[in-house]
Design a protein around this ligand. Structure first.
Ligand code: ADP
Ligand code: MG
Length: 238
């Protein structure tokens, strides 16, 4: 059960509170999207779940275990960023295998996991290419592949499509939905794009200035926005 819980989580950078009273439970296998304008605290929230930022106060638990003091590598979650940060001198296979090699996973198992991930992502033909020989969409798939081979309890995505052109973004949305179906894992996904949020999410969390404005199913939020900000941001009919 890879449930993720945030209980009264707050984050302050110096005197600036960037996440406030954030309480949310993401159910096992749920696809939750945090959405809101730039600077509202989405990435910080995700980074706290990943353990890349400490919480100022509050509690985060993953699969029933409080992880406030657990380092990122022991949280059993994988994060995919907007910048792919692939190793330019390694081919696709090696880019995906590298993390597992460092962990001492046996070679056969690495091979199996990379092949499976490549198959799921439709990049089996590209394993011998270097990042420079790939399109933006293909690179983003490799970045996802690196996360999938780890077989984590949950995935965190931070604006993974925002570097892609509009057409590819739409195509990748559909693929992400399929990916979730295939992986059956818990996903917390961050975007500033309300359409992306509406199409992908089981539930969306609309944020503003570090605070949750509304949580609900996309259609619910669209039809019954909690306030003017949500209505404006989501584009609800008035
Ligand atoms: P979003 O991802 O929604 O665009 P962020 O979580 O990146 O928002 O940032 C929320 C706020 O926190 C912003 O005002 C940002 O400038 C500030 N912030 C983020 N990271 C840091 C940091 N390391 N130090 C100081 N302020 C930060
Ligand atoms: Mg961000």
């Amino acid at each position: 059960m890879a449930e993720i819980r945030l209980e009264q989580v707050n984050k302050r950078f110096k005197k600036h509170w960037v996440v406030r009273d954030f309480t949310l439970t993401v159910a096992d296998r749920e696809f939750v999207v945090l959405v809101g304008p730039s600077g509202c605290g989405k990435s910080t929230t995700l980074r706290m779940i990943a353990g890349l930022e400490e919480v100022t106060s509050g509690e985060i638990s993953i699969a029933g275990r409080v992880v406030n003091q657990v380092p990122p590598k022991d949280r059993d979650i994988a994060m995919v960023f907007q910048s792919y940060a692939l190793y330019p001198h390694m081919n696709v296979y090696k880019n995906m295998a590298f993390g597992l090699m460092n962990r001492g996973v046996p070679k056969d198992e690495i091979n199996q996991r990379v092949k499976r991930a490549a198959e799921i992502l439709g990049i089996s033909d590209l394993l011998h290419r270097r990042p420079a020989q790939l399109s933006g969409g293909q690179r983003q798939r490799v970045a996802m592949g690196r996360a999938i081979v780890r077989d984590p309890q949950a995935f965190l995505f931070d604006e993974p499509l925002s570097n892609l052109d509009a057409k590819l973004r739409v195509q990748m949305r559909a693929e992400l939905a399929k990916l979730h179906e295939r992986l059956q894992s818990t996903i917390v996904y961050v975007t500033h794009d309300q359409i992306e949020a509406m199409t992908l999410a089981h539930r969306i969390v609309v944020m503003k200035d570090g605070k949750i404005m509304q949580v609900g199913r996309p259609l619910e939020v669209y039809e019954r926005p909690a306030n003017r900000f949500v209505a404006g941001f989501i584009g609800s009919p008035s």
